[in-house]
Structure formats: C-alpha cells, structure tokens
Design a binder for this molecule. Structure first.
Ligand code: SAH
Length: 261
C-alpha cells in the first residue's frame, strides 16, 4: 500500500466515472500525452485505455516514480522530476495533450510557467488541469461578476477555457477538504500582442489592488491621467475594475507599452 504524502498534495483519484469524464474530454487516440503528477497511476491507466501514441509522465515523488516504472513497464516513459524545473517543450516533437492533477499549492506557479509566459508557437494542443473549485471559478469568471479579476484576465489572454466538471472530495483518496474543478485550455488563434506579459501582470495587479474602488486612482498612477487612452478605450473613471472586459485590459497593456517605448 502506498501512503499518501501531504507535502506533495497527494490525493489520488479513485472514482471511475470521473476518470472516464477526464479522458473523454478530448480525443487521445494516437496522440502524444504528457501527464503531470501521475501518483499511483489511476489516470495513467485510463489514458492508456484510449491508446495514445506515446505517454510521458512527470512525477516528483521518487517512490511513486519507481512504482510507476515497475507497474507500467514500457507502456509509459517516467520522468522523476519536479515539473517546475523541467523544460517540457524539449520533451517531444509533436504538440501534446497535457493532463495534470497537481497539488493546489503549485497551481499558481504552473499558471505562471505555462500561461503567462506562453510563447506564440504553442507547445500543446490543450491543457486539462485540476484546480481548487474556487480558483477555477476565478479563472473562468466573466467581467461584471465578483470572481472576475487578474486570474481571469491573464489566463484568457491566449487561451480559450472551459469547465469540464466539478469534482467532489469523495472522488479522491485521501479526501481533500475542498471541491475541485477540471478545466480545459485551448490555444487561441488570434490574441492581442502584448510585448512583455509582465506588463499585463503589473497593470492587472494595480487595477485590482482595490477592486471596490473606482478606476481613477489606478488609471492615473499608470497613465498619468492620459485622456486619449480613456477616449480610445471608452473607459469611464467612475467604473470599477470588474466593469472592464478582457479586451480592454489587453488594450490597456498595449497602451501602457506604447507610452513607455
Ligand atoms: N494524478 C493522480 C495523482 C494526483 S496527486 C491521480 O489523479 O490519482 C498529485 C500528484 O502530483 C502526486 O503524485 C504528487 O507526488 C505529484 N507532484 C506533486 N508535486 C509535483 C511536482 N512539483 N512535480 C511533479 N509531480 C508532483
């Protein structure tokens, strides 16, 4: 019996219906698949049933990595590393489908690594990732709603995102304390070009620093009250950060870069 390590966020999926839902979300047949945090291999097994061309798994836990090597033989390639220190773009020639049931405490770092710094030649066909439900709801939130904020703006810049399903604690062993959600991310064909993504990060940070306050203060801080920008983007300073749609934030980042160049 393998004992779950709390430090590595080990909650293993045991619900077969959920496992099916996850692997039915995309066409896996003959595709190259990367699975992050395979654990004891429950999702790995479901993926293999769909006959991928190749399955590479990245598992940080040494014991689990050994266990996977012993149990799956040559059906999978096991990489015993920390996903945060691997350059996954070097692992394959094809575009991949990524499955990740990762610990919640590294989900923000993963979002930074894979989403904010995403190059234009997307290295994946899609990402299927599990999040704490509350975080997932912030990622997919629409403007004018309370969950809308930095996470929604940054994640939706280059990607289309859909929720596949919510998952209750009893689908896992040991049971986590919170509900989870599974999201799928697809590359967008067209997105506004922002030269340096850290500008989008900076702007959204300043705008959402005080999400209930009017836009006046953050706008003046970033744009010195430049009225041309307000007119061009149809922004009224009495609005609040959540009232500006996604595109307006991307355009604001571009205006901010123009101002500085
Ligand atoms: N996908 C499996 C296990 C999920 S638990 C299932 O659904 O049953 C999360 C897994 O991620 C654990 O196996 C844990 O050891 C692994 N993990 C945690 N941090 C990691 C990291 N930084 N890089 C790679 N794997 C990691």
């Amino acid at each position: 019996m393998i004992k779950a390590k709390k430090s590595l966020g080990q909650n293993f999926l045991i619900d077969n219906n959920i496992l099916k839902k996850i692997t039915n979300a995309v066409n896996i047949n003959d595709k190259t698949i990367l699975e992050i945090g395979p654990g004891t291999g429950n999702l790995t097994r479901s993926i293999l049933e769909k006959k991928p061309k190749k399955l590479i798994v990245i598992e940080k836990d040494n014991k689990l990595a050994e266990y996977l090597k012993d149990n799956f033989n040559n059906q999978i390639q096991v990489i015993n590393e920390d996903i945060l220190s691997v350059d996954e773009t070097l692992l394959f020639k094809d575009k991949v489908i990524v499955f990740g049931n990762l610990p919640y405490n590294i989900s923000t770092e993963i979002l930074n690594k894979w989403i904010l710094n995403l190059k234009e030649d997307f290295w994946f066909d899609c990402l299927i990732l599990m999040f704490q439900k509350e975080v997932a709801n912030r990622i997919i939130a629409k403007f004018n709603t309370p969950n809308y904020g930095r996470l929604s703006i940054i994640c939706n810049w280059k990607l289309n995102i859909e929720k596949i399903c919510d998952i209750k604690p009893n689908a896992f062993l040991p049971k986590p304390k919170i509900d989870s959600s599974l999201l799928i991310f697809y590359p967008k064909k067209n997105f506004l070009k922002i030269k340096d993504p850290s500008n989008l990060s900076k702007i959204t940070k300043i705008f959402f620093n005080q999400r209930r306050k009017m836009l006046k203060k953050p706008f003046n801080q970033l744009f010195n009250g430049d009225k041309r920008v307000l007119d061009k983007l149809k922004i009224n300073l009495n609005m609040r950060p959540q009232n500006l749609n996604l595109e307006t934030y991307y355009k604001l980042a571009i205006e901010y870069e123009n101002l500085r160049s």
